[in-house]
Each structure stands twice: as structure tokens, then as C-alpha cells.
Design a protein around this ligand. Structure first.
Ligand code: COA
Ligand code: ZN
Length: 313
């Protein structure tokens, strides 16, 4: 179990996983302002955008503009999601600190998402690594493994398959791997078992967990991940998020709710929760609708209410 003495690292993904599936395009200026506000809240990483085909994800067609215009606050790692060597080149031109390549461990979802077999995706990762080395770029590399806890088309995904792909990504020279529950199928027991094996095999510092709260198990899965020793979690402000190529995909676990829970449990995150909440409370105006996050509405558990008049002495 990660204990309260462990720092927990929060990776914000709202401007990528969130904005990619919004009903409307978020104007570039709003994206930049939003990311700049997040940069001052103490988050460890911000996944800014993705350098994918603008035909596949039209809402992130302004990736270059956003990545180049945002303020770079020291200490924050600015991440770009990339599908292939072309995406990596685009992201490197914009000076991303970390490239996050992605594939699904289930064949069907990988085909739906990036039109490749899983093996082809892995070969593509090698091409990306080669391009990064050829450019002599000082960039961190991470691989996200979607559908690690279940596939919306195929159902169960064998743990051995997930661990094998994670191992092969690390063998390619990736600094870390993210085990992603793309459509919220993971349950806490499964998380504890799979992630304990991953931590034993690769070490906790190599692993990030990415949960969606599709079926209400998101925060329970974070606790299971902590129990397995993981200290890095993706989350999305307001609980926005979802993959357009996965049926029924809904929001990620909500950043401010995760941070609130971790602080109540005694963990350190480096995040200023009040600042984060003020950015979260501005989010419905940016996206034009209510968002799932709960703490922004209810307030922190430490925000006490005034005593009712009839109970005052
Ligand atoms: N950036 C911009 N454009 C790209 C690109 C990149 N990184 N990679 C490919 N393209 C363009 C190609 O130039 C081509 O354009 P054209 O139709 O005008 O000729 C088109 O995208 C298709 O490219 P192709 O190499 O034939 O690949 P594909 O059709 O098999 O698509 C992906 C593969 C990965 C590029 C595409 O499916 C994609 O971007 N998917 C996004 C998945 C995603 O972001 N999911 C959500 C996050 S999990
Ligand atoms: Zn996701």
C-alpha cells in the first residue's frame, strides 16, 4: 500500500481525454486559458492535447496552437498524446516534455481506435522511439494501454496479455506505462490483483493508472491502486472524458474529487485543492453544461456549515 508518507502524483487529462469527446469544439483561446489556470494548481503532469488525425478527432485539431501558446510552469510536465511517428514529430516541434503513445490490448478496440492490430501498434511504438532517438530529443516516453481491465467489444482481457504488452513497451525504452480502464469496466479486486502483479514485475514508479467512472467504481479503483502501491493517477477535471471510439464511454475519474479523497486520507499530492476547485467551478461555463464532479458542488468535507439558529446557545 502506498502510505500517507508517499507523494501521490496527479496527471490532469481534461484538455485531451475531456475536450476530445465534448459535444462542441472548445475554442482554442479557452483551452489555453484553462490549461494555464491548471498549471498553477500544483498538478504533476498535464496532458495538453493529442497529435492525432484531425479527421479522427476534430476537436483537437488545434494541437499545435495550444501546445505552443501555453505557459510552461517549472515543475509541471506537459504531455502530448501521439498515435504514430508523425504525431511524435508534430509534438516534438511544439516542445512537449513527454510523449504518450497509445494502443489497446484488445484487438477489436485497437482496430476501432487506431485501425491497427495490437502488434502493428507495438511496431509503431518502436518507430516512434526511433524517431525520438534520431532527433536526439530530451523527452520522456510513456505508453498507454487502453482496455487493460476489459474491452467493450470482447469483454475480459487476460492479465497475462496486459503484462506482456507492458513489458514489451518498457523493453523498447519507455519510461513508464499507463494501464487504462477506457470504458470503466475495472473493479477494485481486479485492480488490486492485476496492478499488484504489474508493480512486482516492473516497480511502482513505472506505472500510472487511468480510470473512468462509467459505472461508479472509479474512486474505489484508485484506493485499490494505492493498495497495490501505485502513486501516479490520471484524472480529469470535473470528471469530463471518454474515447469516441468506445461505445458507452463516459467521464474519467474527477480530479478534484480524487485530490479531495487523497487529502482526507492523509496523502500529499502537491495540489492546492482550493485553487483546483476554483478552476473546476469555471468548467461548466467553458463546456456549456453541468459536469459530474461532486466536491465542486458539495464543497470539501472540511467546509463546515453554520449552526442552525435553533441549536445555537
Ligand atoms: N497527425 C495528423 N494527421 C495524421 C496523423 C497524425 N499523427 N497520422 C495520420 N494522419 C492523417 C494521414 O495523413 C491521413 O490523412 P488523409 O486522409 O488526408 O490522407 C489520415 O490521417 C489517415 O492516415 P493513415 O496513416 O491512413 O491512418 P489511419 O486512417 O489508419 O488512421 C490514426 C490512424 C491513428 C492516424 C487515426 O485513426 C487517429 O488519429 N486516431 C485517433 C485515435 C484517438 O485519438 N482516439 C482517442 C484517444 S484514446
Ligand atoms: Zn481515458
Amino acid at each position: 500500500m502506498a502510505t500517507a508518507s508517499h507523494r501521490i502524483y496527479i496527471h490532469e487529462v481534461a484538455s485531451r481525454d475531456g475536450f476530445q469527446i465534448e459535444p462542441s469544439f472548445i475554442p482554442t483561446e479557452d483551452k489555453i486559458r484553462f490549461i494555464n489556470a491548471l498549471s498553477h494548481t500544483g498538478l504533476a503532469k498535464i496532458e495538453v492535447t493529442s497529435f492525432v488525425s484531425p479527421k479522427a478527432i476534430p476537436h483537437l485539431r488545434d494541437a499545435e496552437e495550444v501546445m505552443k501558446a501555453i505557459e510552461r510552469v517549472p515543475g509541471v510536465v506537459y504531455v502530448a498524446l501521439v498515435p504514430n511517428a508523425r504525431g511524435a514529430e508534430r509534438a516534438l516541434m511544439c516542445k512537449a516534455d513527454e510523449l504518450n503513445v497509445f494502443m489497446s490490448v484488445s484487438e477489436t478496440h485497437n482496430r476501432a481506435n487506431v485501425n491497427r492490430t495490437s502488434e502493428q501498434s507495438l511496431a509503431g511504438f518502436k518507430e516512434v522511439m526511433d524517431a525520438v532517438r534520431a532527433a536526439n530529443a530530451q523527452v520522456r516516453m510513456n505508453a498507454s494501454l487502453s482496455t487493460s481491465f476489459g474491452c467493450p467489444f470482447e469483454g475480459d482481457v487476460p492479465a497475462e496479455r496486459v503484462l506482456a504488452f507492458a513489458e514489451r513497451c518498457l523493453e523498447l525504452g519507455m519510461h513508464g506505462v499507463t494501464l487504462a480502464d477506457t470504458t470503466g469496466m475495472a473493479n477494485p479486486r481486479q485492480v488490486r490483483e492485476l496492478v499488484t502483479s504489474a508493480v512486482q514485475a516492473f516497480g511502482a514508479d513505472k506505472i500510472t493508472l487511468h480510470f473512468h467512472n462509467t459505472r461508479g467504481m472509479g474512486l474505489a479503483n484508485v484506493v485499490a491502486g494505492l493498495e497495490a502501491g501505485v502513486t501516479r493517477f490520471d484524472a480529469s477535471l470535473g470528471g469530463l472524458g471518454g474515447c469516441p471510439f468506445a461505445p458507452g464511454a463516459t467521464g474519467n475519474i474527477c480530479t478534484e474529487d480524487v485530490v479531495h479523497m487523497l487529502h482526507e486520507m492523509g496523502f500529499t499530492t502537491g495540489v492546492d485543492l482550493d485553487k483546483l476547485l476554483s478552476v473546476a467551478r469555471a468548467l461548466p461555463k467553458i463546456v456549456g453544461h453541468d459536469v459530474p464532479g461532486q466536491v465542486a458542488k458539495a464543497g470539501k468535507s472540511s467546509d463546515l456549515h453554520p449552526l442552525p439558529e435553533n441549536l445555537r446557545v
